[in-house]
Design a protein around this ligand. Structure first.
Ligand SMILES: Nc1ncnc2c1ncn2[C@@H]1O[C@H](COP(=O)(O)OP(=O)(O)OP(=O)(O)O)[C@@H](O)[C@H]1O
Ligand SMILES: [Mg+2]
Length: 474
């Protein structure tokens, strides 16, 4: 461990020496000494110190007690010097019992700790450890923050498809505005990830990101969860409570599954969005809040509006800026990248074993699958396959059965009288096979229809007809 550098400044040589001895005794301190302000300043300019332990009165005989005496320097002067010169260190001030108030004043001016005279080893050790502990916590806090920021930075959203690139651009453009953002997309497409990227890349990143699942809180508790309540607002309200909007003050509130928000709360949310203030349950006073609202839904809000389940006015208020995350099956570039990413991720967990990749046949199935659970499902499938596989590469048999059976979405294989067996109809199965072959050829050729037709050994018009007939998206 590197020893910490300490500068002891006191005009009394005995005290300096005694403190220096104590420090050496406590261990791991590299001690320098100065006899007053001037020598202290010289040393501080020359090198960095982790700590400065400094007497309150400097450069004067202690019996001179007139603080206004010219030429007299005090610890505060040294603090001023540190501030002006932008030198950062941890300043510990020593003062006599009678001068406790002065010592305290030094704390107010930026000293880290105050040490009363006579200085004992026990006190000194305690004070140093307290500062060190604080510094360590501060350091950890910084690391954690950095970690969180990194985790939700763009680099953490694994994507290279043009659709996702556009989403990154939108995030970048709107991140610092207070405009409400609505994120839509199927389950597991990364809505929450995008919401966090918006927050952690914005000027609000040092303030809270509060996520609420609108469908996950009982309706009768929702209002108080959102806006808080005052004491006695209802039977169980024995004390007042802050709502989530207040907790998110200065930051972002993420309203997940907004489509599940009950009607009465929709009215109240609309009011908050319009007035930027909330009213706790049972209170007749409003509180200003500065919260950016990001909402997400897997449901089609427009349809809910038409069905009368979502307020139209709120819909228009929320739907100012919508980020639509396409389903994974429409982002094949991302699938490949995500597969590599998750293999990398789980390789760390299953170490020392390593999976190198996915066999071409297994990759084919992964690319053809519908992924109704999107990225979340893909991650689970890769994790499972990595545990199951014996070799270096994930094989077809390591994939769950959903990927291996012929799955054509709504055009699934006709089962035989509910027995769950494959239909033996040549006609039906031929169509399914044909569709798979076409999709595969299109995948292989990156959507080039001429090349695909060539591979399939059919004419281009025949291919175009079949693409239309089978409703294949290209
Ligand atoms: N592009 C991506 N890169 C890396 N991980 C992703 C990506 N998209 C989603 N994920 C991961 O997939 C999982 C699901 O993402 P998230 O929770 O953001 O989805 P969601 O759209 O909110 O889903 P739901 O509708 O089910 O709440 C998370 O573990 C997330 O980290
Ligand atoms: Mg979610």
């Amino acid at each position: 461990m590197v020893s910490k550098k300490v500068l002891v400044i006191d005009d009394e040589p005995e005290i300096r020496t005694s403190i220096s001895k104590m420090l050496e005794n406590i261990g791991n301190y590299d001690v320098s000494q100065a006899d007053g302000y001037n020598q202290g300043v010289t040393l501080l300019k020359r090198r960095d110190f982790d700590f400065v332990i400094c007497d309150y009165y400097l450069e004067e005989a202690p019996e001179l007690s007139d603080p206004a005496h010219e030429g007299r320097r005090i610890a505060l002067d040294l603090l001023d010097f540190l501030k002006e010169s932008n030198i950062s260190t941890n300043f510990i001030v020593i003062s006599g019992q009678a001068d406790a108030a002065k010592g305290f004043e030094t704390l107010l001016q930026g000293a880290a700790e105050y040490l009363p005279k006579p200085v004992t080893k026990r006190h000194l050790q305690f004070v140093l450890h307290r500062v060190e502990r604080y510094l360590e916590l501060e350091h950890q806090n910084r690391l954690l923050r950095k970690n969180i920021e990194d985790r939700f930075s763009f680099s953490n959203i694994i994507a290279k498809s043009p659709a996702m690139e556009r989403i990154f651009e939108v995030i970048d453009k709107v991140k610092d505005y207070k405009t409400t953002v609505l994120i839509t997309g199927e389950s597991g497409t990364g809505k929450e990830l995008v919401a966090k990227a918006l927050h952690y890349n914005s000027i609000r990143k040092d303030r809270p990101f509060v996520a609420v699942n609108c469908g996950g809180i009982p309706e009768n508790l929702l209002e108080s969860e959102f806006f808080g309540h005052v004491k006695g607002a209802f039977t169980d309200a024995v004390r007042s409570k802050k709502g989530l909007f207040q907790e998110a003050d200065g930051g972002t509130i993420f309203l997940d599954e907004l489509g599940d928000l009950p009607m009465p709360l929709q009215v109240k949310l609309l009011r908050v969005l319009q007035d930027q203030e909330i009213r706790p349950v049972g209170s007749n006073e409003s509180i200003k809040v500065d919260v950016r609202v990001v909402a997400a839904t897997a449901k089609d809000l427009g349809r809910l509006v038409r069905k009368g389940e979502f307020r139209e006015d709120l819909y228009y208020r929320i739907n100012v800026l919508t980020i639509v995350i396409p389903p994974l099956r429409e982002r094949l570039d991302d699938v490949r990248l995500l597969v590599d990413h998750f293999i990398e991720k789980y390789n760390k967990e299953i170490a020392p074993r390593r999976v190198l990749g996915v066999s071409p046949e297994a990759m084919q199935l992964i690319l053809e699958y519908r992924w109704p659970g999107n990225v979340r499902e893909l991650e689970n499938v890769i994790e499972r396959a990595m545990v199951l596989t014996d070799g270096d590469y994930i094989q077809v048999e390591d994939l769950p059965s959903e990927l291996r059976i012929i799955d054509e979405g709504d055009e699934s294989v006709p089962a035989d009288h509910g027995l769950g067996e494959l239909s033996l109809s040549i006609k039906k199965n031929a169509r399914i096979l044909e569709k798979r072959l076409i999709k595969r050829a299109l995948l292989k050729t990156g959507g080039n229809k001429t090349k695909a037709a060539h591979m399939l050994e059919i004419s281009l018009p025949a291919l175009l007809y079949k693409i239309k007939d089978y409703k294949i998206s290209v």
